[in-house]
Design a protein around this ligand. Structure first.
Ligand code: HEB
Length: 748
């Protein structure tokens, strides 16, 4: 650990080794995140459908095996206090807890804890053992249960096995088979560093922190632990931690300052103060921490451990290297007197005792109950006992005034605490699964939760082919500019993010707060479209036969379909069945995280001091689950359709705007046009005729990147070729249809 990953020259001269493009041009735009998790990296057949495999799983049998595993202590990695529950809860929590609400990435939905960097994160020490303990069960049930589901279900069963009743469980998380490169985990180059995330993207850490200090000038920008701001969208205070430093911010044992970090990082996980207290107090009702001796006894992490260890990292040469000699966090704490049984002891001790700072055997800051007897049973030696102990971050629940109120309330109301913990745990495990249509298995809660972004089921017959073609005529007869139907349909569908499966056109939430007021949605034009479609809807719903109804969500997409058909002369598929959610079913605060600050498809937003405009386009394309060719064809098409958010002409390289054509690519690649930057920020460009100097076009970075970036240019050429026009319109329609249906988990 601790080796600088960017200056390692020991790479093989074969097999893709050597100095690569990302080393030569570290700031170059990369498209690699648009081609991950494709069939070529997946050993399962292309038509393997995880949902149907899971439905054939003997769920009760898996749970029975998991229950038996909990107390089946193995010699190679013995169970503390005779129970693996604590270890498995930590595994599940660290699997799900990487989720960040700002971009929806991270989380337990893909089984990524099996792969780097997560499998080797310093915060995930010993979880390699937890997963290996699970292997016989994974092996037995095969493809019917994914690792992603199994790791989380095991956490749930651990709770049950220790006397706590969880809120429910849903399966349905298909595995991935390669490390996910799309998540920004931070810019630091040392484990546990935080020199970049708190200094506005510049490397340079404060005195006494674990980060790397490489410039005095940057040091003074780095605000102290009481005022610093965590870089967006990160959810943790250090590179390689799930949340915060257990010893306190940057190792300083200050529970109040630690509370500040906890609030920020748990907030990024979509948890409020009540949920945060419930999770920490609930979680630390179980298990123990491990710091039998200094961490220099511990070998390399799984990614770097010698081959003979078969992926089991952190080989420990202290004593037996396991059981009582285990070194995980370097802290040595047992919170309660029944670590393998749920109780109120954690909160009880938190307030009952005075806490005194001490060093763990590994030298880390932790707290011991001053005036307590030694009554907590040792994990292995029945003749030994311990005093209650806590981490700095546990004391935050008492010494932060807001957390204190909540903690005392939970202590006095055990049922309320149990309910809050059960709900927060369920949310933690399921937050990135998307709508209930994806939730599988016999243990779904019957209560609808607001954070599900519920979509009501259709309570009426759905429109048929004849209705669809009549409605299209009605829509076009409103006389509104076609472009407005296209931008509205795009605005509605393109809130979807594949990371946590939120957003999309279903629910018609574009007519509700906060979406109706987002700048990119051009309120005036949106209201015009919604008004017109509302009339179409009322007319249809009051006269249709057989109680049929059309939802506004369907009409918004259908209007886009009708407009694209008119602009292209092609027929565009449409699948009805969306319904409309209400404002009460919409958590405004939570939906605000879906707000686009950039949308290159509508030419919206520009560079920040850390990110060039065109990177936002690729990032958005990734959230829309688009390939590089799909991204390309959509941008080119939307430009000729004149669909810029503000009606500007940037990138509208055509003499016939409104008609779907490959003109964007033909004109962009026209060698007779010379481009020059026309503002001093490098955001806007003008294209002039090389001979006459006459101005022909204007463009943004979103537009010109398709001519300047070699791989995007290669795709653009395909669409600009003599044989590209027809392919272009067909591909555009296919990609358009894909975006419109990204959230249709009810039908696919
Ligand atoms: Fe925890 C453990 C920290 C939250 C659950 N943790 C633990 C440890 C530490 C921690 C350091 C130790 C490790 C070892 O082994 O050594 N946490 C922490 C922090 C936080 C937390 C800092 C924030 C504040 N947890 C949490 C949560 C949960 C948990 C939220 C759930 C819910 N943990 C846990 C458990 C355990 C731990 C169960 C035990 C494990 C065993 O036993 O193995």
């Amino acid at each position: 650990m601790g080796e600088c990953p960017v200056h390692n020259t020991r790479t093989a001269p074969i097999g893709g080794g050597g100095t690569k493009n990302k080393d030569w041009w570290p700031e170059g735009l990369r498209l690699n995140i648009l081609r991950q998790h494709t069939p070529v990296s997946n050993p399962l057949s292309k038509d393997f459908d995880y949902a149907s495999a899971f439905k054939s799983l003997d769920y009760d049998a898996v749970k029975k095996d998991l229950h038996a595993l909990m107390t089946d202590s193995q010699e190679w990695w013995p169970a503390d206090h005779g129970h693996y529950g604590g270890l498995f809860i930590r595994m599940a929590w660290h699997s799900a807890g990487t989720y960040r609400v700002e971009d929806g990435r991270g989380g337990g939905g893909q089984g990524q804890q099996r792969f780097a960097p997560l499998n080797s994160w310093p915060d995930n020490v010993s979880l390699d053992k937890a997963r290996r303990l699970l292997w016989p069960i994974k092996q037995k049930y095969g493809n019917k249960i994914s690792w992603a589901d199994l790791m989380l279900l095991t956490g749930n069963v651990a709770l049950e096995s220790m006397g706590f009743k969880p809120f429910g469980f849903a399966g349905g998380r298909p595995d991935t088979y390669e490390a996910d490169e799309a998540v920004y985990w931070g810019g630091e180059t040392t484990w546990l560093g935080n020199d970049v995330r708190y200094s506005d993207g510049k490397a340079g850490a404060p005195e006494g922190s674990h980060g790397v200090v490489d410039s005095d000038e940057h040091k003074k920008d780095h605000k102290d632990i009481h005022s610093r701001d965590l870089e967006s969208p990160l959810g943790s205070a250090h590179m390689g931690l799930i949340y915060v430093n257990p010893e306190g911010p940057d190792g300083v044992p200050d529970p109040v300052a630690a509370a500040r970090d906890i609030r920020t990082t748990f907030g990024r996980m979509a948890m409020n103060d009540e949920e945060t207290v419930a999770l920490i107090a609930g979680g630390h009702s179980f298990g123990k921490t491990h710091g039998a001796a200094p961490s220099d006894n511990v070998g390399k992490e799984p990614e770097a451990t010698p081959m003979e260890n078969q992926g089991l990292g952190w080989q420990n040469k202290h004593g037996s290297g396991k059981g009582p000699d285990t070194i995980t966090s370097g802290l040595e704490v047992i919170w309660t007197k029944t670590p393998n049984k749920f109780s109120m002891n954690y909160l009880e001790y938190l307030f009952k005792y005075d806490w005194e700072l001490e060093k763990s055997p590994a030298g880390a800051n932790q707290w011991v109950a001053k005036n307590a007897d030694s009554f907590i049973p040792d994990a292995y030696d029945s003749s030994k006992t311990h005093k209650p102990r806590m981490l700095t971050t546990d004391l935050s629940l008492r010494f932060d005034p807001t957390y204190e109120k909540i903690s005392r309330d939970y202590l006095e109301n055990p049922d309320k605490f149990a309910d809050a913990f059960a709900r927060a745990w369920f949310k933690l495990l399921h937050r990135d699964m998307g709508p209930r249509a994806r939730w599988l298995g016999p243990e779904l809660p019957s209560e609808t939760l607001l954070w599900e972004d519920p979509i009501p089921p259709a309570d009426h017959p759905i429109i048929d082919e004849t209705d669809i073609s009549n409605l299209k005529k009605e829509i076009l007869a409103t006389g509104l500019d076609n472009t407005k139907f296209i931008t509205t349909a795009w605005a509605s569908a393109s809130t979807f993010r594949g990371s946590d499966k939120r957003g999309g056109a279903n629910g018609a939430r574009i007519r509700l707060a906060p979406q109706k007021d987002w700048e990119v949605n051009d309120k005036a034009s949106l209201q015009q479209v919604l008004g017109a479609l509302d009339n179409v809807q009322q007319k249809f719903n009051s006269s249709a036969s057989g109680g049929k109804k059309v939802s506004l969500a369907d009409l918004i997409v259908l209007a886009g379909v009708a407009a694209v058909e008119k602009a292209s002369g092609l027929s565009v598929p449409f699948t009805p069945g969306r319904t409309d959610a209400t404002q009460e079913e919409t958590d405004e605060h939570s939906f605000e995280h879906l707000k686009p600050h950039h949308d290159g498809f509508r030419n919206y937003g520009k560079s920040t001091h850390r990110v060039n405009t065109e990177f936002f386009l690729v990032d958005k394309a990734h959230l829309l689950e688009l390939t590089a060719p799909e991204m390309t064809v959509l941008v080119g098409g939307l430009r000729t359709l004149n669909a810029n958010w503000d009606g500007s002409k940037h990138g509208v390289f055509t003499k016939r705007p409104g008609q779907l054509s490959n003109d964007f690519f033909v004109n962009l690649l026209d060698v007779n046009t010379a481009w020059k930057s026309v503002d001093n920020t490098g955001e806007l460009f003008e294209g002039v005729d090389r001979k006459t100097g006459e101005k022909k076009w204007s463009a943004t970075r979103y537009d010109l990147v398709f001519g300047s970036h070699a791989e995007l240019r290669a795709i653009a050429e395909v669409y600009a070729q003599a044989d590209g026009a027809e392919k272009f319109t067909k591909d555009f329609v296919t990609a358009w249809d894909k975006v419109m249906n990204l959230d249709r988990f009810d039908i696919h």
